[in-house]
Design a protein around this ligand. Structure first.
Ligand code: PHE
Length: 427
């Protein structure tokens, strides 16, 4: 149960509720959603299964896992790429967590209550462009994350999150009821659910793959690290599918809450990273007990973000600990201080923030996944993965299809998407 909660805790976070809707909005709605589902089923679930297998096979976090499987080889570089990716994601992810924390405090104070759509937008602009206060909130979030990781008590927060995350889910359902009954909601649902295939561009395809990787925390070693804690009796394919299903459901419902409201209030769906923060307060303002719901929602979102950022920091800390032979506490302090440095850069430069957000999800994670599947599909003896995916002597029936996907489909799709992106970028 622990490993499932941890993996789901890592997957479900700001990626589902903040990033997913803003990318869907930028990329034109339903057609993107279909691509996202397609990539999740065909590419991401097999990659997730592979990462779990590598972790459980070795019982090691990501960098050591590759060292154990291929001593002296160059494959450890995959682990290092993962550590770098985790580190870069942390620098902007925690800023968004900081905004979320600020919104929960603002909800307690009732500062968003009764504001018009314009005033809510201004409220977000004020907080997101006030770099100094972004850094202050970032420090608070980083301190909380570092405290949990340094003490090695992530298990504690995962225990709470087993109760708190279903609560967040229930809240989203309540918000959904309010959102889809707003006048003008239908237009939003059409945007979200009725595909217009002319909206598919190389950027949409790039974004869909990146978002799918980002949301499932794959292509950088988090799930390899967590794989080490999964019991031998657990089916890895079942686990991967369950994690992906929960993760998708939360993202899908978040979108279903946001877009009806976006259209009902005449908000621009393609405005980018502030979308959720300028949309949701409007829903709370139209709900009975809205202030209470707003406090609960943003606080629970902070918890969801924490269980994800813990999993990011853990990757970096495990690396520093083993490579430099350092204690957990010291490694955590160093990793957090470095994160703060890059975080400050993100807080002061929106361009840097945007580039790091896009480059990590769209380039670094697919690149990591590419090397992981090449390693697992072509370098590692097939039998090893097969043994890991079969439990209690029951053969994993879809293994041949799985191997085909691992060896050919995933690497080729990633290469095509990269080549296409590069071509468009150069053209
Ligand atoms: N999947 C997390 C989310 O959706 C983000 C994350 C990415 C966490 C990579 C760990 C590793 O919020």
């Amino acid at each position: 149960m622990g490993a499932i909660a941890a993996a789901a805790g890592s997957a479900v976070g700001l990626g589902n509720i903040w990033r997913f809707p803003y990318i869907v909005g930028e990329d034109g709605g339903a057609a993107f959603l279909l691509l996202y589902v397609f990539f999740t089923i065909v590419i991401s679930i097999p990659v997730l299964m592979t990462e779990f297998s590598l972790g459980r096979m070795t019982g090691q976090p990501v960098t050591s896992a590759f060292k154990t499987l291929c001593p002296g080889g160059k494959w450890q570089a995959i682990g290092i790429l993962g550590v770098l990716t985790a580190f870069l994601i942390m620098s902007y992810y925690n800023i968004v967590s900081g905004w979320t924390l600020y919104y929960s405090v603002a909800s307690v104070g009732g500062w968003l209550e009764g504001l018009s759509e314009d005033q809510i937008r201004q409220f977000f602009i004020n907080i997101s462009t006030d770099s100094v206060s972004c850094v202050v909130w970032l420090i608070l979030i980083l301190a909380a994350t570092a405290f949990i990781v340094a003490k090695g008590v992530s298990g504690g927060i995962e225990r709470y999150s087993k109760i708190l995350m279903p609560l967040l889910f229930l809240l989203i359902i309540v918000m959904l009821v309010r959102s889809v009954t707003l006048s003008g909601a239908a237009e939003g649902l059409t945007f979200y659910l009725k595909p217009d295939f002319s909206k598919i561009t190389p950027k949409t395809v790039f974004d869909a793959l990146g978002q799918s990787f980002f949301s499932l925390s794959i292509g950088m070693g988090t799930m390899t690290t967590y794989g080490a804690y999964i019991q031998r009796t657990q089916s890895l394919s079942g686990l991967a599918m369950r994690v992906a299903a929960v993760d998708f459901l939360v993202a899908f419902l978040a979108g279903a809450v946001i877009f009806p409201c976006v259209f009902a209030f005449g908000i621009n769906p393609g405005q980018g990273q502030g979308l959720v923060f300028v949309t949701l307060p409007n829903i709370f303002n139209m709900m009975p007990l809205g202030r209470l719901f707003s406090v609960a929602f943003f606080s629970l979102l902070v918890v969801a973000a924490l269980t994800s950022s813990i999993s990011l920091l853990e990757v970096v800390v495990a690396y520093i600990k083993t490579s430099f032979n350092m204690g957990r506490r010291k490694a955590t302090v160093i990793a957090s201080a470095l994160t703060l440095l890059f975080g400050v850069a993100c807080a002061f430069s929106p361009t840097f923030f945007y580039i790091v957000d896009n480059a990590t999800a769209n380039i670094m994670m697919p690149l990591g996944a590419f090397f992981i599947v090449i390693f697992a599909g072509w370098i590692l003896p097939t039998q090893k993965i097969f043994d890991e995916l079969s439990i209690h002597g029951t053969r994993f029936k879809l293994f041949r299809a799985f191997c085909f996907i691992l060896r050919y489909v995933v690497p080729i799709v990633i290469l095509i998407i990269f080549a296409n992106g590069l071509y468009c970028w150069l053209a």
